[in-house]
Structure formats: C-alpha cells, structure tokens
Design a protein. Structure first.
Lengths: 401, 136
C-alpha cells in the first residue's frame, strides 16, 4: 500500500502572539513573537530551524503590500539569521492550511527537519478608524479599473467575501430550508467557548435575541455571522516524527491531509452553489485516513463566516448534505460537552480572525491536554478545516501515532 | 437609501474581456462561444474547455436567464447605494452558464431564487455592465 507521506510529520511546537484589536504593532513584530514562542515550545533553538513556510507570503512588489501580503519568508529568515534548506511562501493552494501541508511534505521528503509555519494578520489595525468604504478605496477598488477574477464580482458591489458567501448561504436556505436560528448556533457556540478562552476577543455572552436583531450585512448573514478582524500571529513547528520523543511538549501527529479542489475555482462558477470546495478537500481527506467521522473527538472548522462551519460539517460527513442546519439546531451537539465539540477556543467569530491558524493551534492544545478551562476530556483525534468558497484544505491530527 | 457618495468600480477592458463589457452598446449580451463544439465559455478563455479548440467567438445570447441565488447587501462599501441585490444568474442558453450581477427594477426584498430575469445594461464611461431585471 502507498505510504501516506504526511504521517512522517508531527506538529512539535505551538506559538501565538498577543491577539487583539488594533495592537499598533508591526506585522513582523507579531510574527517574531509567535515564531520564537513556537520554536521554544518545541524545545528547539533557531539553529535547529531549517525550514520556513507561510501564507500568503511576502510582497514582491510595493503595490501588493498592505493588509493581505505581510511578513514573508525572507523577513523571518533574516530577522532570526536562519540557515534554511527549504522554504516556501504563497497564497495559492489549499487555503492558508496549504502552508502547513507544504511543510509536512518538505519534512517527509527530507528537505528540512524543523519547519516553522506561520500566518500573521494585522487587518484590525489597517482597518483603523476609517470606514469600510475607505478600506475599499485603499484596497484599490475606488479609483482604478478592476481586472482579473475580481472584475466578475466587484463592479456589481460584491466588495467583500461576505457577499459571495451570502449567495451560498441563501442557496442553502432555499434548497434545504436552513434557518437563521440554526445558523446562529455557530455564533452562539463560539461565544460560549470564547468565555473560557482568556485570549478571545469577544467574551461577553451573546443571546439568540441579540443575534436575530443584529443588523444585516448581506442577507441572510448578519453582523454576528462575520468574524472579527484582529491583529495577531500564530506559528507552529512541523518536525519529522523521529523528533517526537525529543520534543519539549507532546506532539500532534499528522494523520492525513485533504487538498483536493476539483470544482471550478471561482465563487460563481463552482458547480454546486451549496457545497463549495470543502466537498472535495474533505472527500480527499477521508480517502487518506484510517479513521472515520466516528473517531473524531473535536472539530475545529473554519468559521470566517458562520455558514462555512455548516458547510464543513456537511462536507466532512458529520451529517448529510443539506442537514447541517438540523445538525447544529439547539447547539447541544456542538457544545464542549456535546457529541462533536466545535471550535472550542471561540472560533474566528469570537476569538478572532486568525485565518484558520487559531483553529489549528487550538486543535493541538486540545490533543496535548493544555487548553485550560475549555479543555475537553482527553480527545485523541481532531479534524481541522480551513478555507471557504473556492479554496479549502483540511487535516486530521492525532494524539498518538 | 444611502446618502453617501458611491462609486461603482469599473472593469478594465482587456483583449480577452473587452467584448463582454462593451457588448451592451447595441443592447445585446454576448458570450464567447466555441466555433467547433458550440459550447459557451465564460469567463472568456483562449481555449475551449470542452474540446480544446482555439477558435472562440463572441456570439449574442437572448439575455434571458434565471436567478440561482441572491443576496441583499446592506453594508456600506462606498460602491453602490444600499440596499442592492447581488445575484448569480444562469443564462438560458446552457446549464452552468452563469454571471454574477445585480437584480434591478424590483424591491430588493422581493427577489427570489428561480425568478426569470432579462438583461439590461448600465452604461458608465466605456462600459456597459450587464444587470438583470424581472421579465416583464
């Protein structure tokens, strides 16, 4: 049988910077805080690190600089004077999680032994005090012609992924009868979990009435269906499994990754307007796994918008296609004491938009058993899912090998 | 309605897409079509994804289609006066032949999936943006 090569990789170190709103710190500063913490957490020093991997990579051109193209490989390599045998930064591929997948493959291939992987966001500071219209203007939407794939949506006022995501959510509502009350459970569950996470950005209780009366952003999605921009950096060290017994803390074993994206890679041309790319990545994941949905003890599913977590629950087969609404109804099943604890750190909706790396970090903490007040009862298998719309990637992590 | 000034961003006219964005000058929507296997191809591409032919030509279509899904945007982005409807419309010529567009000429709250719509154009500078309204 063909070897599942990603199983040669483990996540040996975890690091996260301060996470907050408008921290007024540079992208590189936050990155180095997280990267240094992850290296130390693994019991390594910078001299041990021979690989770097990041999403979306650094800006090669000044016009690309700004909120979406922050600290790149060369910035970290130089700041820490690293001697690298492998490195990669890029925005294409299976969502931000692709940076982790690439690191696993580099380790499995022997191109590097310890790869530090990070994702840093400073969207909160760059949003600043200005209006969203000013943000759009500064992103180049207001004063120049739009080309590339954005020309098919932005001239029609689809300024944000919330609009494109709303089209999918509405299609799901129309076809399957999904309701706002059901969608709300993702946001309410996140907020409940965030109360047990001292690092979460929004920790005050959220009621169903507050959710239902919140202002609409793009129907059927309201304010609480949208994640919260933050400043912060998350880093992990991906090492060869031979290092597991030498690591300073318990490692998480990479059991399988899902990277397939078979549908047309755009929001409006994807064949099924209710499933998104998660469908293919999830199917790919299970095709490489020795475990099933029944073995999963905790799910950390991308919730940049609430509906994405529903889409991932369906794609991963925790329920039938279209049954995500009833699956989360009432919220008990996805609570920390439910059958499938979901986004135990508060997710992106309440802990902050760390672009999927916060959820990866949380999965590793839960497997280690060091998640503090929100720690589950000895989970052994976690699924991490990342991305939405036309991009998706996912991963199964286990406590043992 | 919003009182803030809004500016609709316009698409760049390129050799591959210029025909699409200017097609409405004569009131007709055009979509690139393979001259070998007759498949409509959108967004425009130099190669037919069905048969591999490189002979593709813009051809007029009826401008009739169906709303597959729609959202009412309420957030101020500074692009269009709110609220406005963003939709994915499937043209009647071919399953899966879709455009992201606006639905106009109707109360935004009344737009539904499955609604039959027809094209009309919003002329701005050198661009004729194809938007859709309910079939009369």
């Amino acid at each position: 049988m063909q070897e599942i090569l990603e199983r040669r990789a483990v996540i040996s170190g975890l690091g996260q910077s301060t996470v907050g709103r408008r921290l007024d710190r540079s992208n590189l500063d936050l990155t180095l805080e997280a990267v240094s913490a992850a290296i130390a957490d693994a019991g390594l020093t910078t001299a041990d690190v021979d690989g770097l991997s990041t999403f979306p990579g650094g800006a090669l051109h000044a016009r690309d600089a700004g909120r979406y193209a922050p600290t790149g490989v060369r910035d970290v390599q130089d700041a820490l004077r690293l001697e690298l045998t492998w490195s990669h930064g890029g925005a294409e591929g299976p969502a931000p999680l692709g940076a982790v997948v690439s690191a696993c493959l580099a380790v499995a291939a022997g191109l590097a032994r310890h790869v530090v992987v990070w994702r840093t966001v400073t969207e909160s500071s760059e949003q600043g005090e200005g209006s969203r219209a000013e943000v759009a203007h500064h992103a180049g939407l207001g004063d120049k012609r739009v080309d590339g794939y954005r020309q098919w949506s932005i001239p029609f006022g689809a300024a944000s992924s919330v609009n494109l995501l709303a089209l999918y959510a509405q299609a799901h509502f129309d076809r399957y009868g999904t309701t706002r009350e059901q969608l709300a459970q993702i946001a309410l569950n996140d907020r409940t979990n965030a109360a047990a996470n001292p690092h979460a950005v929004f920790r005050d209780p959220l009621s169903i009435d507050e959710y239902l009366s919140a202002r609409m952003i793009s129907t059927p999605l309201c304010l609480y269906d949208c994640d919260v921009p933050v400043d912060g950096s998350t880093a992990v060290v991906v090492s060869h499994r031979d290092f597991a017994s030498d690591a300073a803390n318990p490692v998480a074993h990479v059991h399988a990754v899902g990277t397939a994206m078979r549908g047309r890679p755009s929001w409006d041309q994807f064949d099924d307007l209710t499933t998104m790319a998660a469908r293919d990545a999830a199917e790919h994941l299970w095709s490489r796994a020795d475990v099933t949905t029944a073995d999963v003890d905790v799910a950390q599913l991308y919730d940049g918008f609430s509906f994405l977590a529903i889409a991932w629950l369906e794609a991963l087969g925790f329920c039938e296609q279209g049954a995500g609404g009833p699956f989360v109804e009432g919220g008990k099943r996805i609570a920390r004491d439910g059958d499938l604890p979901l986004n135990t750190d508060g997710g992106q909706l309440s802990a902050g938009r760390l672009h999927g790396f916060g959820l990866l970090h949380e999965a590793c903490l839960q497997l280690r058993g060091t998640a503090g007040a929100r720690q589950l009862d000895a989970p052994e298998t976690a699924v991490v899912a990342n991305g939405g719309g036309p991009v998706a990637g996912c991963m199964l992590l286990t406590k043992g090998d | 309605m919003s009182t803030d000034a809004t500016t609709r961003p316009l698409p760049a006219l390129t050799p591959e897409t210029g025909f699409f964005w200017t097609s409405g000058a004569d009131g007709r929507l055009r979509i690139l079509r393979c001259q070998s296997c007759r498949t409509y191809v959108h967004p425009p591409s130099p190669v037919c994804p069905s048969c591999g032919s490189r002979t593709l030509t813009p051809e007029p279509v009826s401008g009739h289609g169906t709303v597959l899904t729609a959202t009412v945007n309420h957030q101020e982005w500074g692009l269009l006066p709110t609220p406005y409807v963003i939709a994915i419309v499937e043209l009647e010529e071919q399953p899966g032949l879709r455009l992201t567009t606006n639905i106009v000429g109707i109360d935004p709250a009344e737009v539904r999936s499955g609604m039959p719509v027809q094209v009309r154009f919003e002329h701005d500078a050198d661009v004729y943006l194809p938007v859709f309204e309910p079939v009369r």
